[in-house]
Ligand binder design. Structure first.
Ligand SMILES: C[C@](O)(CO)[C@H](O)COP(=O)(O)OP(=O)(O)OC[C@H]1O[C@@H](n2ccc(N)nc2=O)[C@H](O)[C@@H]1O
Ligand SMILES: Nc1ncnc2c1ncn2[C@@H]1O[C@H](COP(=O)(O)OP(=O)(O)OP(=O)(O)O)[C@@H](O)[C@H]1O
Length: 283
């Protein structure tokens, strides 16, 4: 049996961190949505009880360190499955970028194996298994647009935002999510207007959305890598309606409803950055 699954990236329209928890994680409140920038995962059942993984990017682990491998292992153990699986990842999402590239691959493997092996687990059950792999995995299992709280696993789904273009730049830096969380000054954060953003999304109010894009992690990553804040400045100079860093970065994305402005942004940014993408929302 074989199955191909898409693994879309996520962006954070708002990202707020409320406090540090007893378990070492942070209480977050963030609005996430999926975009049409995706890895493609090919799953093939093996008679032999093993997990084989191959990635078309050498710098992504192709062993049990890969989150997609961990997802297959968790599901096989959870369901006591003896047959094996070969996983090929066509990696399109930039790595260590703040786009949940590994998390979404893990989520796609959970969904894909559930279907291919007819395991009949619910999406919520798959999301619960996924939380053992990482905080972004439950959202990636579901997709769509949601307010995420807790570690990021408590999800309240809301209607999709109105359609707009997303122009992303991934500066040539890998950022450690753990490191950025650890450097946050929790007593001095400028908190996003999460409720206002939710209302703007529900009202399909694009200006209300673009003016409320905010991520409390920006100051940390911008201080570590000033070139990341330069990207945001240029996006606004080049006419973006709004721009913000995704997750712990370093990816910054701009949004606009105007296709020719999206093209101008893409071409302008491509002039000084390698990894530039222009995509639509999937949310
Ligand atoms: C920054 C975001 O990408 C926003 O979507 C997520 O909050 C991070 O999700 P993630 O990469 O799946 O994070 P995990 O792999 O679960 O955790 C990596 C590290 O980030 C820190 N971490 C993560 C999530 C969270 N709510 N609080 C944390 O403090 C912890 O130190 C953890 O050891
Ligand atoms: N399937 C995978 N795809 C990409 N990276 C992976 C994968 N599995 C493990 N990794 C490792 O995970 C680390 C983080 O990669 P990832 O692309 O998930 O970061 P990210 O997009 O910033 O995640 P998040 O937005 O959830 O913080 C990298 O060091 C990478 O080597």
């Amino acid at each position: 049996m074989q199955k191909i699954v898409k693994a879309p990236a996520k962006i954070n329209l708002t990202l707020d961190v409320l406090k540090k928890r007893e378990d070492g994680y942070h209480e977050v409140e963030m609005i996430m949505t999926t975009i049409d920038l995706a890895d493609r995962i090919q799953l093939t059942t093996l008679e032999e009880n093993k997990i084989v993984i191959e990635v078309n990017k050498g710098f992504v682990p192709s062993n049990d360190k890969n989150l997609a491998y961990q997802a297959a292992k968790l599901l096989k153990d959870h369901m006591n499955i003896k047959k094996g699986v070969s996983i090929f990842i066509d990696k399109q999402i930039p790595v260590s970028a703040g786009l949940a590239g590994g998390s979404t691959d893990a989520a796609a493997v959970l969904r894909g194996l559930n279907d291919m092996w007819n395991l009949q687990l619910s999406i919520d059950q798959l999301a619960e298994i996924g939380l053992q792999i990482g905080s972004d995995v439950p959202f990636c299992v579901h997709g769509g647009t949601a307010i995420a709280t807790g570690r990021g696993e408590k999800l309240e789904f809301i209607p999709s935002p109105p359609p707009f273009w997303v122009v992303l730049v991934k500066p040539p830096k890998g950022v450690s999510t753990k490191d950025v969380y650890g450097r946050l000054n929790l007593n001095n954060l400028d908190h996003p207007d999460t409720d206002g953003m939710v209302q703007a999304i529900k009202n399909k109010d694009f200006h209300g959305i673009s003016s409320r894009l905010q991520n409390v992690m920006e100051d940390v990553t911008f201080n570590l890598y000033p070139e990341v804040s330069k990207v945001k400045e240029r996006m606004l100079q080049f006419g973006a309606d709004g721009a913000v860093m995704s997750g712990s970065g370093p990816t910054v994305f701009a949004i606009t409803q105007n296709e020719s402005r999206a093209d101008r942004l893409y071409n302008g940014l491509k002039g000084f950055m390698e990894q530039v993408y222009v995509v639509r929302l999937l949310g």
